[in-house]
Design a protein around this ligand. Structure first.
Ligand code: C2E
Ligand code: MG
Ligand code: MG
Length: 812
């Protein structure tokens, strides 16, 4: 074993390496990046002794290579390398070589005279180096515990013996090192080989290594007189460079050790095929936010314990690569869906708290090229990303197409960045219209990519990719800015503006301060908050508390919030209770995808009536035909956006359109609630006339009546008063409302509806019993009018009144 030397320039490119370095790093190559070729790392090594910001003249340091189970003494030196300008020369030497030519070669005095590795766990020591010309030292290796006692009498000055013994009290050593900030040092007089006493310093630094993560400390012995300059830093440097092999939290191998160990494992068993599994916890950041870091750490430890067990069982190697990323190398075929499923049924993954926070796992076969372990790990990670977000699937095996897809994504991302600079993204505008008058009430701004070669590219081709990598925020900021800029320019040109809605992605929340960004835009362009409406997709609410917080703040500031793509599947109607939005956008296309068109119509109708009940406005999106629009009118959906009215269009086309007379309804989306018949506009504002109207109108309800039951679709305030229900109770009972009627009265009520249907102009009237919310029976008087027939039910309008008192007095 001999010294190896190589030189890199200030960009970490190799400019020279000698034969020994070539043997040590067979892939070394002039012009290559040292960290890539030597460590297969993606960035300069953390333990690189050279710090470009603070170049030292010449510094020695120690590096432990887990791959070779070997300590190296490394010296580096800033040099001017022929035509290459300032470079760094590294020279390394395995430490257990007894000769000491290295530092002398480089013109540096040695920084220490002896170096010991003390394994506190195993109670052993190794002398890694000792200058025999200076001291007559101990055996090269042996039991640790007796060492201080043995040395103290033979080699330590009588006056220093007490201090020495205290210093080497192993029971408290680690604590004292920690208290001392990681490096413990003291000076003693020691017997030199000349027979004289000489002051020596002993410096102790803990490092972690060894199969079971045993605790090891290094002891440097140096001549105090010769000690100066950079040498003082040596022990410090060793500590900083974290020679530790294991992650302190999980006690698994850290990344660099894991790769080295996995490589060694694979090389040791050439007949056996191996695979690597990469594991990452879904939404771990969020979990920490919700449940605290301690709970997060507990999950990490649970996974680490599991992996350690598997590694032991299958003769593999497990590592904790950092944050919530783990990897494990195992004999091929060890990872199975059953294994993982069993594990996920155990704590902590069997609890409600961890739903949605399960690990996603990718697996890849380790090939047999030089770089196989790292490559397999990269591929396993790619496979893992295919699992993320699909709750049913927890593991995926790597396929070539996955990497290709990623590559093309990376390419597109670069193109997008360029395109943003070149302002290739343009906005198209799609009007939102009244289903009754066809007039325009609002606009949605939709982004398009005006690609120099490919022409107009639709958002579907790039938005999902940008959402995955978080870059969407840059595009969205641009789009929001453009939308505001257009609004401002219309206002400046004397065009009366219409509200414009822009889309917000969930990923935006993590990349930028959305609230701040939007608020500063409306300030900058001097816009009314009401002119900028915000579309947030439904799925974002379902997953994210952060979204709810942002939405509340945006609403407080005066923005209108639209829930986009409602009904796309994530949410239930029930979640509407907890969320504050102003407008629901229901995508008709999601509904019409269902085979049962009757059912989807029913759903749409239910959503519309529910929304009304809750004071939400509704826009149906994707309305393409006249029939669809008529249906929307029938069920009381007042607004729609879709090809039936207009396709998204360029700004020029839009301006031409808006110039036509009477095409815009400037009231925007307003809320046509049933009790919103503008009483005050009709009557003078005096209490009597108000009371008259209220009583005249009384309780109103819209029912859907089936052969065996009826459901409530819409009510006004008068209905609440008459029945003593509030909107939330009613919301829950809406579809079970016929259960509020005693069974023996139900046929009577159903018959009443039949009669009303038979006599459309006249209607039917009757009084029957019904339970109040309190459980108490009441008499309800109802007058019913037939409105229309649907597939399997009919729609009725009814006026209702509480007839309990009337009944009571009549029966007296
Ligand atoms: P979205 O927000 O739900 O927008 C509505 C999409 O439906 C638009 O597609 C629109 O052209 C299309 N559409 C409207 N009416 C009809 C119709 O009658 N029939 C059919 N078949 N389609 C109709 P587009 O422009 O391709 O946008 C797709 C999605 O891309 C949008 O869905 C939105 O989620 C996203 N997106 C568009 N622009 C932006 C943006 O600036 N930022 C973000 N974050 N997302 C955007
Ligand atoms: Mg939208
Ligand atoms: Mg939509």
């Amino acid at each position: 074993m001999q010294r190896h030397t190589y030189v890199i320039d200030h960009n970490y490119r190799i400019v020279y390496f000698d034969e020994a370095a070539k043997r040590l790093f067979p892939s070394a190559q002039e012009g290559g990046l040292c960290y890539k070729l030597f460590r297969n790392a993606g960035k300069p090594c953390e333990d690189c002794p050279w710090n470009p910001d603070q170049p030292d003249l010449a510094v020695q340091t120690l590096i432990f290579s887990p791959e070779r189970d070997q300590w190296y003494e490394i010296t580096h030196l800033e040099v001017n390398w022929f035509e290459r300008g300032p470079c760094v020369l590294f020279s390394g030497k395995p430490i257990d070589d007894q000769s000491r030519g290295l530092f002398a070669t480089l013109g540096e005095p040695p920084s220490y005279d002896a170096l010991f590795e003390l394994n506190l766990t195993d109670d052993t020591y190794r002398m890694l180096y000792s200058d025999s010309s200076k001291y007559n030292t101990t055996a090269p290796a042996g039991k640790l515990e007796p060492l201080p006692a043995e040395s103290v009498n033979r080699r330590v000055h009588p006056d220093d013996r007490l201090v020495f013994q205290e210093f080497w009290s192993f029971a408290t050593l680690l604590d004292r090192i920690e208290q001392a900030g990681g490096v413990l040092r003291n000076e003693f007089r020691r017997l030199l080989s000349t027979g004289e006493w000489g002051w020596t310093a002993q410096t102790v630094v803990p490092v972690k290594r060894g199969e079971r993560g045993g605790t090891v400390v290094m002891c440097f012995v140096s001549d105090v007189k010769a000690e100066e300059g950079s040498r003082k830093n040596l022990a410090e440097r060793v500590r900083i460079r974290q020679l530790r092999e294991r992650d302190p939290l999980t006690d698994l191998y850290n990344a660099s050790t894991f790769f080295a160990k996995a490589k060694a494992l694979v090389e040791k068993h050439p007949a056996q095929d191996y695979e690597i599994a990469y594991l990452d916890i879904e939404h771990f950041k969020l979990y920490n936010e919700w449940h605290g870091h301690e709970a997060g750490d507990a999950i990490l430890r649970a996974i680490a314990d599991w992996l350690a067990l598997i590694a032991q069982e299958f003769d593999g190697v497990a590592g904790h690569l950092g944050s919530d990323d783990f990897a494990i190398a195992l004999p091929l075929g060890s990872v199975t869906e059953e294994n993982i499923e069993t594990q996920l049924k155990r704590p902590p993954f069997d609890s409600e708290e961890t739903i949605g926070f399960q690990p996603a796992i990718g697996v890849c076969h380790i090939g047999d090229n030089d770089n196989a372990v790292n490559l397999a790990c990269d591929h396993a990670m790619i496979a893992m990303t295919a699992v993320k977000g699909t709750y049913a699937q927890r593991v995926a095996w790597y396929e070539k197409s996955m990497a290709e897809e990623l590559e093309s994504e990376a390419k597109t991302l670069l193109e997008v960045k360029e395109a943003l600079k070149n302002r290739e993204f343009v906005l198209h505008w799609q009007p939102q219209c009244s289903t009754r008058t066809d007039r325009i009430v609002g606009l949605e701004a939709l982004v398009r990519w005006q690609h120099p070669e490919r022409g107009l590219v639709m958002p579907g081709a790039f938005i999902p990719m940008l959402e995955r990598n978080g870059f969407i925020a840059s595009l969205d900021l641009y789009v929001w800015d453009e939308a505001c800029r257009h609004l401002r320019s219309w206002i400046d040109r004397g065009v009366k503006p219409i509200p414009v809605s822009v889309n917000i992605s969930r990923a935006d929340l993590y990349a930028i301060d959305v609230v701040e960004a939007l608020e500063s835009l409306v300030q900058r362009y001097h816009l009314d908050h009401g002119l900028l409406e915000l579309e947030i997709t439904e799925s974002a609410y379902a997953e994210d508390e952060k979204m709810a917080t942002a939405v509340n703040r945006l609403r407080e500031l005066g923005f209108t919030i639209l829930m986009d793509d409602f009904g796309s599947g994530y949410s239930s109607l029930n979640m509407l209770k907890d969320i504050t939005v102003d407008v629901l956008k229901i995508d008709m296309r999601f509904l019409s995808r269902s085979d049962d068109s009757r059912r989807s119509k029913g759903i749409l109708e239910a959503i519309v009536s529910m929304a009304r009940l809750m004071d939400l406005r509704v826009i149906a999106e994707g309305a393409e035909t006249k029939e669809q629009v008529e249906f929307l009118q029938n069920i009381g959906c007042d607004y729609a956006q879709g090809y039936y009215f207009y396709r998204p269009m360029s700004a020029e086309a839009l301006e031409e359109l808006l110039a036509q007379d009477g095409i815009v309804d400037y009231r925007g989306l307003f809320s046509p609630r049933m009790e919103a018949i503008d009483i005050n506009a009709l009557m003078k504002r005096d209490e009597t006339s108000r009371a008259v109207i209220e009583n005249l109108i009384g309780g109103l309800a819209v029912y859907a009546v089936y052969s065996d039951r009826f459901e409530l679709m819409q009510v006004n305030n008068g209905y609440y008063r008459a029945t003593g229900c509030n909107s939330v109770d009613l919301h829950e009972r809406q579809y079970l409302i016929s259960k509020q009627v005693p069974a023996e009265d139900l046929p009577f009520v159903l018959n009443l509806f039949d009669q009303a249907e038979l006599h459309p102009g006249v209607g039917a009237e009757g009084t029957f019993r019904r339970y109040r919310l309190s459980g108490e029976l009441m008499w309800m008087r109802m007058k019913i009018f037939f409105l229309r027939r649907e597939q399997d039910h009919s729609i009725f309008l009814a006026s209702v009144a509480d007839a309990t008192e009337l009944r009571a007095s009549a029966h007296k």
